[in-house]
Design a protein around this ligand. Structure first.
Ligand SMILES: Nc1nc2c(ncn2[C@@H]2O[C@H](COP(=O)(O)OP(=O)(O)OP(=O)(O)O)[C@@H](O)[C@H]2O)c(=O)[nH]1
Ligand SMILES: [Mg+2]
Length: 307
């Protein structure tokens, strides 16, 4: 398979270099910031379209990884350069990379148009959405056209991905729409497209109907499609629908990713300053001053943020 030379892609030539750069942003620190700056400088002068970033979320076991693998295969057949980033919130707690067994896509070392990686922060203090935003910029600078970011459908990491992605795809199983899990997490509202996967299983058609009628209440309701990732049905249609949705309501492309990174960097800086103030007693001293009525709260906040 031969690809036309990409207008992006000079800074990180090989998958190995890209993987090392992503490891560096997982760890954080000055080296990571320099890599991101380099990627940004390169992107600022790049010609051609920005990468398309699709966040993929949904309940555990719905078939997200299998479906993303199938979508990636299809996009690859069209000559697009495809990357997959699996965001692993569990390892923040367990210290291990559970996604190792979760990722169900074969690595293809002979294909430089395909890149796959799971990221975790392993207690580096850097938030997952910070690492994901940085990694997405590195992947874009390495010349990939399409990036899928998979998260397990629960909690903070997903909200970070929503902030980062151009489009959010919610993957449900055949029981989808019964449980309010996705709705509770606010995922259904943030989805641009919903897919009921495991269409080869009984009940999948009814899940589509349930979701469609549930979503019809809202204005601008996302489309609901049906796939079987293992049998390959509906995958081409889903890729087409994602492309169409990105054109219709893509949310700002690269600027969005830079904004997500910037927001995460500010959060990280503020958290760092707060930790330092806690450690050296300034937090307590300020709190004492406020308690005694000697200083206003807002002034103390400014002082802490300035470090
Ligand atoms: N019958 C059927 N099984 C599927 C389909 N897609 C995925 N599976 C199976 O469902 C199981 C879970 O698939 P994954 O792709 O790992 O699901 P996931 O949503 O990524 O799971 P987590 O990352 O653990 O949340 C695997 O055993 C898959 O083979 C499908 O379309 N039909
Ligand atoms: Mg998975």
């Amino acid at each position: 398979m031969s690809d036309a030379p990409s207008p992006r892609g000079a800074a990180l030539r090989s998958a190995r270099e890209l993987a090392q750069a992503i490891s560096s942003v997982e760890r954080g620190g000055a080296g990571a910031d320099a890599l991101i700056q380099e990627a940004l400088a390169q992107l600022a002068t790049a010609t051609g379209p920005a990468a398309r970033v699709i966040g993929v979320t949904g309940p555990p076991g719905a078939g997200k990884s299998t479906l993303v693998g199938a979508l990636a295969d299809r996009a690859r057949e069209e000559g697009r350069r495809v990357a997959i980033l699996a965001v692993d919130p569990s390892s923040a707690v367990s210290g291990g990379a559970l996604l190792g067994d979760r990722v169900r896509v074969e690595e293809r070392p002979d294909d430089d148009g395909r890149f796959m990686r799971s990221i975790a922060t392993r207690g580096s203090g850097r938030s997952l959405s910070h690492a994901a935003a940085a990694a997405s910029l590195l992947i874009e600078a390495a010349g990939f056209d399409l990036l899928f970011i998979e998260t397990v459908g629960a909690g903070q990491a997903d909200l970070g991905i929503v902030r980062l992605a151009d489009l959010v795809l919610l993957v449900e199983g055949p029981e989808g729409g019964d449980e309010v899990q996705a709705m509770k997490a606010g995922l259904l509202e943030s989805a641009d497209l919903v897919v009921v996967n495991k269409g080869d299983r009984p009940g999948a058609d009814r899940a589509v109907e349930r979701l469609r009628s549930g979503l019809a209440l809202g204005a601008d309701a996302p489309e609901v499609l049906l796939t079987s990732a293992t049998e390959g049905s509906g995958v081409t249609e889903l890729l087409r629908a994602l492309d169409a949705a990105a054109l219709r309501r893509g949310r700002g492309g690269r600027v969005r990713r830079v904004a997500a990174h910037l927001a995460a960097a500010v959060e990280a800086r503020a958290a760092e300053r707060l930790r330092a103030a806690e450690a050296d007693g300034r937090l307590e001293a300020l709190a004492r001053g406020i308690t005694d009525g000697l200083r206003p709260l807002s002034g103390a906040v400014d002082e802490l943020l300035q470090g």
